[in-house]
Design a protein around this ligand. Structure first.
Ligand code: HEM
Length: 625
């Protein structure tokens, strides 16, 4: 029955072989989303129907888009003895101590690319020159500011980084375009390939702990953790001016310091403040540290889920969806009163009795890394604003300087930050829109970038990040755009016109890829794709988020079984429960700042934008946008 359904002419011919592997029930569910996809309107459905569509999609992705890579080599352990987040991410999965720890494999959301194209086809520098290089800065309007941009780097540095090989590779721009390249040739380390995987011959390793465990401030292993702790009263190290401390070379001391810049290190410092503000009388240093880490990590996860993502994907359906992930369909009030009742839909993923990994051990995936390649969010210049007005209510601060972004990065950026101070930096970031994720928006200063080693030191070889990112996806066997869509059960494109209606883009794609839509690189497709109204990212990238954003919460013992007062303490849980947004954290540490400098609702929108309008229609009953 399932086989005859999957050969139905209703299904796009290129999706039939994927659907043929589904159960009958899932095939029927697939029919529903495929029907909606053909009409291209899930995002125009009323909130409840939109949620139903996303629920079905997420279910299918959980069944067919989670592939484990590598062996499962861990051991059973006593979970009761580890009711805290360990330094290297071990002892979180209830049945295996290694899953999710530092140095484990990246998983996959689909098999490695099946493509016939070579690593240099077309040459990454040609793609970078003709499709990525920024010709004019285009911002995200008022939707997303520089805090939002830094926030996602802050989260990336909590979750993922590929282990490198010791061997280098050199990319040389072909003669025809070499003159137009900031670097005619450049060297970088290959991604380390490790064998021993069930679905792939080789896989790569994550040097960060993939759990949402705050490793960006706490470190990814015992050494990293020791560097940041004071070993007194559970505190983390922080300088007197409220910013990060630095070592004798001027490198900041924090959990992850690779490719740091002023905005990123400011967020690290803010969350060190958050950690240090927690206080549990009677606890010794170790106990206090462990509790404050649990609570701060949960605050990070919560802000990302119900504040940052809601601003990234500004629609009623996503607002409802993200709140359901945290609080459930019944909402915060009911959950506060009755606790977690009735399963994940009614009460959310947080607080589930047991973690759920859908039969596939938790990891973050190669495809997740690829869809988070969002360097186009970074502008060319950082706009510094003055904050010395005496007004007490909202005011737009004047611009005092426009600093090239390169000067805000690395050690120079740290010097700048310490001159400016935390308050002025935060207000300036709040008022500056970040870049849009579009073609021709890749920061030009990143095409000649000094990358960092894992210990934050400058490397001797500059890199062209735009070209390197194209190479990375190909090197790691990430499917190109159209294959990626098919694997995500999306309707593939058959011409450039299916991707975009911008003439200029179509012409440029034709110039680089001819008529071969299969050749289109993933990064280029994600940047060129016509966006859903309110979304700052592409729909294709979003479907990976839909799967992984839930997974980061539901697979983690400390957001499920152990999200309780026994593990967090009553006070700790209350801290998490009372913190809803980044604004709450800013208000805690800088009282008066948002009142004076922020007009909008979320700290991730441009601060001089209008606050959200009050709508009297209940969220779930809101009609089509
Ligand atoms: C000043 C800010 C930033 C600098 C200097 C920077 C620099 C870098 C460098 C040098 C790499 C390694 C490239 C490689 O070897 O493949 C990298 C990787 C990456 N960056 Fe950034 N980045 C910045 C901000 C951001 C932001 C805002 C995002 C947004 C999501 C981001 C997302 C990523 C991702 C997803 C990777 C791939 C990680 C991996 O390969 O595992 N970065 N970045």
């Amino acid at each position: 029955m399932a086989a005859s359904l999957s050969s139905s002419s209703f299904i796009h011919p290129q999706l039939r072989h994927i659907v043929s592997k589904m159960t009958l029930f899932d095939t029927l569910l697939f029919f529903v989303i495929h029907f909606v996809d053909k009409l291209g309107f899930w995002h125009r459905l009323p909130v409840l129907l939109g949620l139903a569509y996303l629920g079905i999609r997420r279910h299918l992705h959980q069944r067919y888009n989670l592939l484990h890579v590598g062996g499962i080599n861990g051991q059973k352990y006593e979970t009761e003895e580890f009711s805290y987040r360990t330094a290297d991410g071990k002892c979180n999965h209830p049945g295996d101590d290694i899953i999710g720890s530092q140095g484990t494999f990246f998983g996959r959301n689909m098999p490695p690319a099946n493509s016939r194209y070579g690593l240099l086809d077309p040459h990454p520098t040609v793609v970078a020159n003709k499709l990525l290089e920024r010709n004019k800065f285009i911002d995200n309007g008022k939707q997303f500011n520089m805090i939002a941009c830094s926030w996602i780097q802050f989260m990336i540095h909590d979750w993922i980084d590929h282990m490198e090989d010791t061997q280098q590779v050199e990319l040389k721009a072909p003669d025809k375009i070499a003159d137009g390249c900031p670097l005619k040739s450049f060297k970088f380390y290959k991604t380390k390939k490790v064998s021993g995987s069930a679905y792939t011959k080789t896989g790569s390793l994550n040097t960060r702990t993939p759990w949402w465990d705050g490793s960006v401030i706490y470190g990814n292993n015992e050494d990293g953790m020791r560097k940041v702790r004071t070993f007194k009263d559970g505190r983390l190290r922080i300088a007197e001016d409220g910013l990060l401390e630095h070592d004798e070379k001027g490198i900041p001391i924090s959990g992850d310091i690779r490719n740091f810049w002023a905005g990123f290190s400011l967020l690290q410092a803010l969350f060190v403040k958050e950690h240090n503000a927690e206080n549990y009388p009677g606890f010794d240093d170790e106990k206090l540290y462990r509790h404050a880490r649990l609570v701060t990590s949960a605050v990070l996860a919560k802000i990302h889920t119900i504040d940052w993502t809601v601003e990234l994907l500004r629609t009623d359906t996503l607002l409802a969806g993200m709140r359901i992930n945290w609080y459930g369909f019944l909402g915060k009030k009911i959950k506060d009163l009755f606790g977690h009742i009735g399963g994940p839909v009614l009460s959310g993923l947080v607080g589930l009795r047991r973690p759920r990994d859908h039969g596939v051990p938790y990891s973050l995936t190669e495809e997740f890394v690829s869809v988070y390649r969002m360097h186009s969010l970074l502008p060319e210049k950082f706009i510094l604003r003055g904050i010395h007005s005496t007004a007490s209510e909202y005011e737009c601060p004047p611009v005092v300087e426009e600093v090239p972004m390169g000067e805000m990065a690395g050690k120079d950026g740290e010097k700048r930050l310490s001159e400016v101070g935390m308050e002025q930096m935060l207000v300036s970031m709040g008022h500056q829109a970040c870049g849009a994720i579009k073609l021709w928006s890749y920061p030009s200063w990143m095409r000649n970038l000094v990358p960092h080693d894992i210990n934050g030191e400058d490397r001797p070889d500059q890199v062209d990040m735009a070209a390197m990112e194209i190479y990375r996806d190909r090197e790691r066997g990430v499917a190109r755009y159209n294959e990626f869509r098919r694997n995500l059960l999306m309707i593939p494109i058959s011409s450039w016109e299916d991707l975009t209606d911008e003439e200029e883009v179509i012409e440029a794609l034709h110039d680089v890829y001819g008529n071969d839509v299969e050749k289109l690189d993933l990064l280029i497709g994600l940047h060129a794709e016509k966006k859903i109204k309110g979304f700052a990212i592409s729909e294709t990238a979003f479907f990976i988020f839909l799967l992984i954003a839930s997974r980061r919460l539901e697979s983690d013992r400390f957001f499920t079984t152990n999200f309780n007062s026994r593990t967090y303490t009553e006070k700790g849980l209350e801290w998490v429960n009372k913190t809803e947004t980044l604004k709450d954290v800013i208000d805690r540490h800088f009282p008066g700042m948002t009142k004076k400098w922020m007009k909008c609702t979320s700290a991730f929108s441009v601060w001089d934008s209008e606050p959200n309008q009050t709508t009297y229609i209940p969220l779930y009953l809101r009609p089509a946008p």
